[in-house]
Ligand binder design. Structure first.
Ligand code: TRP
Length: 448
């Protein structure tokens, strides 16, 4: 038996901010606005809200409870809960998926660092929209610079994870998440008071149900999972660090609501501005990098807002990337029995190497394509739209068909010491609705 106390979150607010930190990230501020733009605005948001609250809240509870019950990493937790089932094999896939996601995540994190640096030196002001488009293209296709930025971002991520949960991840989240919240509200207010912002609001909240197709649902599902960090055991890992007195259901509701709120505020901050200046909302991954600097250079005090924006984008990104790295590091430390220090260094180096392929996918490796996608888009699409939904099916099945119902109820009610409502609803969702609905969406979208 282990005698040393396992590291973990030391306060309720610290645990919540860390989990929200994992959830709120590039998914909300960079991905959400362009995915909404590409998928028709309001109608997409409705589907996204239904999936996030209806399906993802129970799935978030499930990951947290598996983690806290198993008190272990993504492989160890399955083994600890049910030593006979072979579900822990899915943990290996989760570790690999975290790897893949972090490898492209860190590349985008590097771009953010670059733009933050340029905002601080005011070198983005007064560029025309052609210049800005070219500027972004030049950056992502350069031979060396994206690599160096990616190294720097991975280095910063590793420097937090190496300190562990309480002294690294929890501390970082407690300091930076409140700042993130204040700043994003400031930005949203600035954006909404721009002339012409009304058109953007229209796009966001004018719901045209005829725009909802199977593909909208598929994209909304991928976006919800990605944004909530679900499907690869990242939340299982954080759940394992939660204290026994925390209320899992309440925490999940707080996390999901905050994440949605951030996405909507980001949408409110970005989309109205896009319309106010006649840009295309479906501009893809370049949206925040190309469109926003243009907007900032045209509004009063824009250079300050620009610094704020890229700063919060950076904070949001790093509080998420640390959760991805922690998923891998926790596994390596506990299953392969090496020190956290070594585990952090080795895994970061390997992830950095894999990330190089993503970093070069617009430049030196631009000709390498599979299914019409370059390495970066391939990894992004494979991970969010396929691995995350598949992982969630496994997790839901494990909690509702393999684990004893008594154990699940014990964990959700903290051994009967707190009252939990709607458990019936929870079990119906996790046992039937989630596995069936997710499989249906996956099969339908991939095969037909
Ligand atoms: N949720 C984060 C974001 O929105 C990214 C992230 C962190 C993630 N951990 C994850 C995505 C685990 C999928 C799975 O940017």
């Amino acid at each position: 038996m282990e005698t040393k106390k396992r590291d973990g979150f030391n306060s309720r607010i610290g645990a919540l901010l860390a989990i929200i930190g994992s959830a709120v990230g590039l998914g909300n501020l960079w991905r959400f606005p362009y995915v909404v733009g590409e998928n028709g605005g309001g109608a997409f948001i409705i589907v996204y809200l239904i999936i996030s609250f209806g399906l993802c809240t129970p799935l978030m509870m499930t990951e947290l409870l598996i983690g806290r019950r198993g008190k272990s990493n993504v492989v160890g937790a399955f083994k600890a809960i049910d030593s006979k089932s072979k579900f822990y094999y899915s943990g290996y896939i989760f570790v690999l998926a975290s790897f893949l996601i972090l490898s492209f995540y860190s590349v985008v994190g590097g771009w953010v660092l670059h733009y933050l640096g340029e905002s601080l030196t005011f070198s983005l002001s007064n560029l025309s929209s052609e210049d800005l488009t070219l500027h972004f293209k030049n950056l992502v296709s350069a031979p060396v610079r994206p690599l160096l930025l990616h190294f720097l971002f991975m280095f910063l991520t590793a420097s937090v994870v190496i300190f562990g949960i309480e002294k690294g991840i929890e501390k970082m989240s407690k300091i930076f998440m409140p700042i993130l919240f204040v700043f994003i509200v400031v930005l949203a207010i600035r954006s909404l008071t721009l002339p012409g912002a009304g058109q953007g609001l229209n796009f966001l909240f004018n719901i045209d149900f005829s725009k909802i197709t199977m593909n909208t649902v598929f994209e909304a599902l991928g976006q919800s999972f990605f944004s909530l960090s679900l499907g690869i055991g990242c939340i299982i890992t954080y759940g394992s660090y939660m204290r026994s007195e925390e209320n899992i259901m309440k925490s999940s509701i707080v996390v999901v609501s905050s994440d949605i709120l951030f996405a909507l505020i980001a949408g409110l901050a970005i989309i109205p501005a896009v319309f106010a200046f006649n840009f295309e909302p479906a501009a893809g991954p370049g949206l925040v990098f190309i469109v926003l600097p243009q907007i900032f250079s045209q509004i009063a005090g824009g250079s300050v807002f620009q610094i704020i924006f890229f700063f919060i984008l950076f904070i949001a990104a790093i509080t998420s990337s640390i959760s991805l790295l922690e998923t891998v590091v926790a596994y390596v430390v506990e299953e392969l029995k090496i020190t956290r220090r070594k585990a952090t260094i080795y895994t970061s180096i390997i992830i950095t190497i894999v990330g190089c392929f993503c970093a070069l996918s617009e430049g030196a490796l631009a000709d390498f394509k599979l299914f019409g996608l370059n390495f970066f888009s391939l990894v992004e699409t494979l991970a969010s739209n396929i691995l995350l939904p598949l992982g969630s099916i496994f997790i839901a099945i494990f909690a509702s068909w393999v684990m004893k119902k008594k154990d699940v109820v014990e964990e959700l009610s903290n051994y009967g010491t707190i009252k939990v409502k709607n458990l019936g609803y929870y079990f119906v969702i996790v046992k039937f609705v989630a596995p069936i609905a997710i499989s249906f969406i996956l099969i339908k979208s991939l095969l037909f």
